[in-house]
Design a protein around this ligand. Structure first.
Ligand code: DON
Length: 581
């Protein structure tokens, strides 16, 4: 056979092969952690240990998620919290699923223009620093809602490990200390925060130091004894409201008393035969992941290959279109009509594909709807138990250490989630997101989120649990981990480690993590009209934690299967761990 015919034949074989089986990536990543009965993957190893113990003692995945949520509030104070908010996606062993929204609500005294000066200009720092930035926190209510309906163990038992870690302290490792180093200047501004997280000399706590949090231990013990009332109607609410009033905030006791968890129907879609279950509004995450997946389903990504110019072009254009929808049309479902059905519809994706030029970058400005105008620490954890129940939780203080304030006497760090609202239509927030009226501030309203705790199943069986922090990039980080597994054949560790790209409509730029794309690919993208910028700020590229069920990769599953549970903590995380048994 002539060489050219041989080439043509092997190309045809490659095409046929790639249509059915993704290529194994063989990237340089450590092996995923393997286990047969349960898996807990979190951003802090001590919290993973806590979750694993709950599972080993016969608690289910929801019990473990509650215990991990409290433990991270102690050992991962940059994002783990009880003074912030979050989401929990649960897929039960029988295939049913649900979603809990325990995100912050705007205080009743909040107003649309509260972060603007008399001339209508944004006042720098007002929506991010100090008590005016704080939304009414939800985790204590959320964890109790989850535990009392879907858990099996008493609250006291699940909080106890967190109380112990706070009271006795824990020794900081490098990954823990890095976080304090970066936040020291900000924490120094709040005496109560500085007293906990800085040394008496005002220096960040360092490797080998023991972090003891006595006030936090007392607050957690109170919650263990009295339940969520301690937080919402009792002494803790009083202390937070007092501090807020003294330091320029607007939180009232009524805000705490009125806080309610919402149980919502998750967003669902199907990608190449995989069932995706993810976050509905007030998160944009699930809707936009589904919208992008629907668009990308029309492109042969396994054949085009990871990191090729054609794959990246398709991804970027899908992201561009979907983020317009995110930033202009979505908001708290109690306040605005969210076109979820439309945005997650396959026919809508087909319409968008028709608008995408295969050879040319789109122009974001041209997609701006008539009459129109997101930050950096969150954490995600993924859990599966022996029965096959799966839980994905993403929760946050929004920015690192939230608003940088601790209400004296509570030990509780408070969020700056109010910055996720549209403080001013058209003006970018902490994450550069340019958003519209649907996400305007109103009393009792929840700001639009990107948090995307996601669970995927195949043929009725759990397949993947995934999510990440990363502000506006949470959506594309989670999406890319899914594509890396399903389309590019990576194992779960490779999938969360692989360098990422991101586009969010505005600014009209493709952001890439260092080394994500080769110089050749960059030239091809540039020739198509893409403006690609290397973003070296590693803190914004997220920290995914994932679990794959039935094998470490699709090819292992298709070849007959591997370990039942395969856990991976993103190599970008300093202190995390996947623990299984
Ligand atoms: O809810 C949201 O979308 C943001 N508050 C998340 C912030 C975040 O991920 C920061 N972490 N890197």
């Amino acid at each position: 056979m002539k060489t050219s015919n041989l080439k043509r034949l092997s190309f045809a074989l490659l095409l046929a092969f790639s249509a059915v089986l993704p290529h194994p990536a063989w990237a340089a990543s450590p092996a995923p952690v393997k286990a047969e009965h349960g898996m807990v993957v979190t951003a802090q190893h001590l919290a993973s240990d806590v979750g694993l113990e709950v599972l080993k003692k016969g608690g289910n995945a929801v019990d473990a998620a509650v215990a991990v949520g409290y433990a991270l509030a102690v050992v991962y104070p940059t994002a783990g919290n009880i003074g912030g908010g979050g989401f929990m996606t649960i897929r039960f062993k029988d295939g049913k699923s649900t979603f809990l929204d325990f995100r912050e609500r705007a205080p009743l005294a909040a107003t649309k223009a509260m972060y603007l000066d008399d001339h209508g200009n944004l006042v720098k720092g007002r929506s991010t620093d100090g008590y005016l930035a704080v939304g009414v926190p939800g985790p204590v209510a959320g964890f109790e809602f989850a535990r009392s309906r879907y858990g099996t163990r008493p609250l006291k038992e699940l909080i106890e490990p967190a109380v112990k870690l706070a009271r006795e302290g824990f020794v900081l490792q490098q990954g823990d200390a890095d976080v304090f180093e970066r936040a020291a200047e900000r924490l120094a501004k709040d005496a109560a925060a500085a007293a906990i997280f800085l040394t008496p000399e005002g220096k960040p706590r360092a490797v080998g130091d023991r972090l003891v949090q006595t006030d936090l231990a007392a607050s957690l013990s109170r919650i263990a004894e009295e339940g969520p009332d301690a937080f919402y109607t009792g002494a803790i609410a009083d202390l937070i409201v007092k501090a807020s009033a003294e330091k320029g905030g607007i939180l009232s006791k009524q805000d705490f008393e009125q806080y309610r968890v919402r149980e919502l129907e998750p967003v669902k879609c199907n990608y190449r035969g995989y069932e995706v279950v993810s976050s509905p509004p007030p998160s944009s995450g699930g809707v936009i992941i589904c919208e992008i997946l629907n668009i990308l389903e029309g492109y042969p990504l396994p054949y085009l290959g990871y990191g090729s110019a054609e794959t990246v072009h398709a991804m970027v254009e899908a992201m561009r279109h979907a983020y317009v929808d995110r930033n202009t049309a979505l908001g708290d479902p109690d306040f605005v009509e969210n076109p979820v059905a439309k945005f997650t519809n396959k026919a809508y994706a087909e319409e968008i594909r028709k608008k995408i030029d295969p050879f040319k970058a789109g122009v974001s400005e041209l997609l701006k709807p008539a009459g129109f105008g997101e930050s950096s620490e969150t954490t995600h954890y993924s859990i599966v138990d022996d029965e096959g129940n799966a839980v994905a939780v993403t929760y946050t203080l929004n920015g690192s250490f939230g608003a940088g304030v601790v209400a004296p006497g509570t030990g509780i760090l408070l969020n700056n989630e109010m910055d996720d609202f549209t403080a001013k239509p058209g003006a970018p927030n902490l994450y550069g997101l340019v958003q519209g009226e649907a996400n305007a501030i109103a009393p009792g309203k929840t700001p639009l989120s990107s948090m995307s705790p996601t669970i995927i199943s195949k043929n009725g069986e759990p397949f993947m649990v995934i999510g990440s922090p990363g502000g506006a990039r949470i959506i594309t980080i989670t999406l890319e981990a899914i594509l890396n597994v399903i389309d590019h054949g990576m194992n779960i560790q490779e999938a969360v480690d692989a360098p990422r790209i991101h586009h969010q409509w505005l600014p009209d730029k493709v952001f890439m993590e260092p080394y994500a794309l080769s110089p050749d690919t960059l030239k091809l993208l540039s020739a198509m009209g893409h403006d690609v910028e290397i973003d070296e700020n590693w803190t914004i590229w997220g920290q995914a934690t994932g679990i794959l069920v039935g094998g470490e990769s699709v090819s292992e599953i298709q070849a007959g299967g591997g370990a039942r549970y395969n856990g991976a903590v993103d190599s970008r995380i300093g202190a995390g761990a996947a623990r299984g048994y």
